[in-house]
Write a protein that binds this ligand. Structure first.
Ligand code: SAH
Length: 441
């Protein structure tokens, strides 16, 4: 029996029911009210043109980093791009069930690894804070299971604007937030359910300790280098000013070898590749932490197993958008190469997946949870729940495009308990929920 059915449900549909349907996820384009920003000379475009004039063509990775996270003009830094009025929609914004099932996943892993006395939940790129909010609701509802466990929340967010929205979503109004809480903590507060919560700009700054890490649609916005195979060997794709139009950018190939070429596999068979060194650094950091102190990382994103070629795309107002047009006004993204993430984990930890979202959520008991909510809802809410379920699960929509991938201590999969749990006599060998069926122990 699933944990959700046992619990008798996790409460009613949120008051702020997800009102965004029908809406669109990255990878599909539909029309919306927003006009495309064609040929707009944005402050970011001006900045990039100065930069290229001063130092020459830039890599695609540098372009993505500047456009998305430049502290003064970056796309992510000062706006809310999620939802109907934004540029794209994500699973937690579509249905509360998504976050609830992830909450169950963390509890299930916490139980399977010996119910540690404390854990940190660390989310990378938390958007509006909706996903952590849904997870925290599950933690509250299952308070009897988690009682005596010392939980803290740690959010790694580059965007000031989104950090403020996350604080509004997650924290108790009556307890003032401590802003500029002192490096490396940008902000500190208490969640609506009384749990300490802190914000950071970088994963490195999050305290080390037994943690569950979560990254949903985070790795796809990290900067990629792009390479094209040519008769002279691999050449990096760069971005330069169009000689015909002075305020327009264009792709060019580097005339010779560039440093990032070291990231290409020797036996690479494709003729165009994208590599994301920043993703590699983050995976190595997560792997070291998990190997050292236990816990797990759950990564969900769209991606491939080292098979795709050109996946660099822009999104503006729920439509595909030319990546070089009006930089700073549109989201930029590239599919995640899960085979690269696995290589970067480097055997320090075990990895599971990628497994399709549809299969993961099915294994987590999405059908049982949907039924519980449908039974409690009136007609408009039922229709909304069903549409949300269809978006998340339909193979033509998000069901097959999105994947789940996990990093776990080797001990978790091979039946030995973590050294921290050495006093426990019973080894933990239960299957990992989501990648197999959720079992309630
Ligand atoms: N996880 C959320 C939001 C995904 S959008 C959801 O699924 O709804 C990507 C998120 O990552 C945003 O919150 C963005 O501000 C953040 N982000 C982008 N680049 C980042 C970086 N380098 N470091 C930390 N956060 C980053």
């Amino acid at each position: 029996m699933s944990l959700l059915a046992r619990s008798g449900g996790l409460g009613p549909l949120c008051a702020a029911a997800r009102a965004v349907l029908p809406c669109l996820w990255r990878g599909k384009y539909f029309s919306s009210g927003r006009e495309p920003a064609e040929n707009q000379v944005t402050p970011m475009l001006r900045h990039l043109i100065y930069k290229i004039k001063a130092t020459g063509p830039i890599t695609v990775a540098e372009y993505m980093k500047e456009v998305l996270t430049n502290p003064a003009k970056g796309y992510y830094v000062y706006r809310d791009m999620l939802g109907e009025k934004g540029d794209f929609i994500t699973s937690p914004e579509i249905s509360q069930i998504f976050g609830e099932l992830l909450g169950i996943w963390f509890i299930s892993e916490w139980m399977a690894t010996g119910k540690n006395a404390a854990f940190q939940l660390v989310e990378l790129g938390p958007g509006r804070g909706t996903l952590t909010g849904d997870i925290l609701r599950v933690f509250s509802q299952l308070g009897s299971v988690l009682k005596n466990c010392d939980i803290s929340i740690h959010l790694v967010e580059v965007s000031e604007k989104l950090s403020e929205i996350q604080a509004l979503t997650l924290t108790e109004e009556k307890i003032p937030l401590e802003r500029n809480a002192g490096f490396p903590v940008c902000m500190r507060g208490v969640t609506k359910s009384g749990i300490p919560i802190s914000w950071y700009r970088d994963l490195q700054d999050v305290p080390k300790g037994y943690s569950f890490y979560l990254a949903h649609e985070f790795f796809d916005v990290l900067p990629v280098h792009k390479f094209q195979k040519t008769p002279q060997g691999w050449r990096e794709v760069l971005i330069d000013i169009d000689p015909q139009v002075s305020d327009k950018l264009r792709f060019v190939l580097a005339p010779g070898v560039t440093p990032a070429e070291v990231f290409i596999q020797r036996d690479e068979m494709r003729d165009h590749v994208e590599v994301c060194p920043e993703a590699g650094v983050i995976i190595q950091e997560l792997s070291q932490r998990i190997a050292l102190t236990g816990g797990a990382a759950l990564i969900a994103d769209y991606g491939h197993e080292g098979t795709k070629t050109d996946t660099f795309r822009g999104f503006y107002g729920h439509k595909l958008h030319d990546v070089l047009t009006a930089p700073g006004t549109a989201d930029l993204t590239a599919d995640v190469d899960f085979s690269y993430l696995r290589r970067m984990a480097g055997g320090q930890v075990a990895s599971l997946g990628p497994i399709k979202q549809q299969m993961f959520l099915k294994n987590m008991g999405i059908d049982v949870r949907l039924k519980v909510l449908l039974d409690k809802s009136d007609e408009p809410a039922r229709q909304q729940l069903l549409r949300g379920y269809d978006m998340l699960m339909n193979p033509q929509k998000m069901g097959e495009r999105f994947n789940f991938f996990a990093l776990l201590p080797h001990q978790r999969l091979h039946g030995r308990s973590h050294p921290m749990d050495a006093c426990q006599s019973k080894p933990s060998v239960s299957p990992v929920a989501g990648f197999g069926e959720l079992t309630w122990r």
